[in-house]
Design a protein around this ligand. Structure first.
Ligand code: NAD
Length: 288
């Protein structure tokens, strides 16, 4: 089975590396050839255009920034070069509108699609322990399941096309809500006179603790943000949340405020900063 992996960013590169280590015949592609260097040392072949990279492939996997880049692949840039009967597993965080339009084009081409967005961050991608939320036809999922289990520790088929993206958006939003909640709780304690590190330790050992408190609390306090997840992508996730909510008439007042905060942070600091920079705006407002 030949596999092509497109998008070798913070998530894509470690996922592709796990496929290469598992012995798959792997072709990789990214706008930046330097991102393929390590993968080439693991036996993958680098091809500089998605169109050429997918031509003789059975399975194409994409890990791209978002809807705009996914949509751009659904034409001569990639999809039209895929062979009928092949499968496009889309691993990015996307919206339902683009999912539908891209899938309609894939059907005409005789290409099967699975939406398979992931959760677990760069650490989960490196360890192969990602949660993968899959939407699409069950027989296609079953065919691809062994492959997905190389990059994921918790691979779930959730239903029809789009179900993966819905689940992904509904869970990722908690990461940002928890981040803002953690920041506000820390600031409240610190402004009230409790030492910051002590306050974090108290939160981590209290009923309100979370993965976010453990994972992001320490870098939040010492300001050593790694580049693993960009502010621009976090804001994209918040926009996707509000778009999804609007399309199904869900009222999410807290999410509306958090989207606004992340949008202002992108304007203030640029999209490439770590997502925790959004919390800097809250700190500044509190003189911290
Ligand atoms: P990233 O920006 O680090 O990587 C995206 C990669 O796609 C880049 O290397 C870019 O060069 C490449 N790319 C863009 N357009 C391309 C094209 N036309 N042809 C070839 N390559 C192209 O992003 P990331 O952090 O790896 O995230 C990827 C996806 O996974 C996003 O949809 C994100 O929302 C989602 N996600 C990220 C995380 C995380 O912790 N970083 C966690 C879960 C889900």
């Amino acid at each position: 089975m030949k596999i092509t992996f497109i998008g070798l960013g913070n998530m894509g590169a470690p996922m592709a590396a796990n496929l290469a280590r598992a012995g798959y015949d792997l072709t990789v592609c990214d706008l930046d050839p330097a991102k393929a260097t390590e993968l080439q040392s693991l036996g993958a072949t680098f091809v500089d255009s998605p169109e050429k990279a997918v031509q003789h492939t059975d399975i194409v996997m994409t890990s791209l920034p978002g809807p705009k880049q996914i949509e751009a692949m659904a034409g001569p840039a990639m999809l039209e070069a895929m062979k009928p009967g092949s499968v496009w597993i889309e691993l990015s965080t996307n919206n339902l509108e683009v999912e539908r339009s891209v899938r309609a084009k894939a059907e005409k081409q005789g290409v099967e699609m699975l939406d398979a967005p992931v959760s677990g961050g760069t650490e989960g991608a490196a360890k192969g322990t990602l949660t993968i939320m899959v939407g699409g036809d069950l027989p296609v999922f079953k065919r691809c399941q062994p492959l997905l289990e190389v990059i994921g520790g918790n691979v779930m088929h959730l239903g029809d096309h789009g179900a993966g993206y819905v689940a992904k958006i509904a869970q990722v939003v908690l990461c940002y809500l928890h981040s803002v909640a953690l920041s506000e709780a820390l600031m409240l304690g610190v402004k009230g006179g409790v030492d910051a590190a002590t306050m974090l330790a108290i939160i981590q050992n209290s009923t309100g603790t979370s993965y976010v408190a453990d994972r992001y609390g320490p870098p939040l306090l010492d300001g050593t943000y790694d580049p693993g997840f960009a502010l621009g992508l976090a804001h994209k996730d918040m926009r996707l949340t509000l778009e999804l909510a609007q399309s199904i008439s869900a009222q999410l007042p807290l999410c509306t405020q958090v989207e606004d905060l992340y949008g202002r942070a992108v304007k203030a600091f640029g999209p490439d900063q770590n997502h925790l920079m959004a919390l800097r705006l809250l700190e500044e407002a509190n003189g911290q």
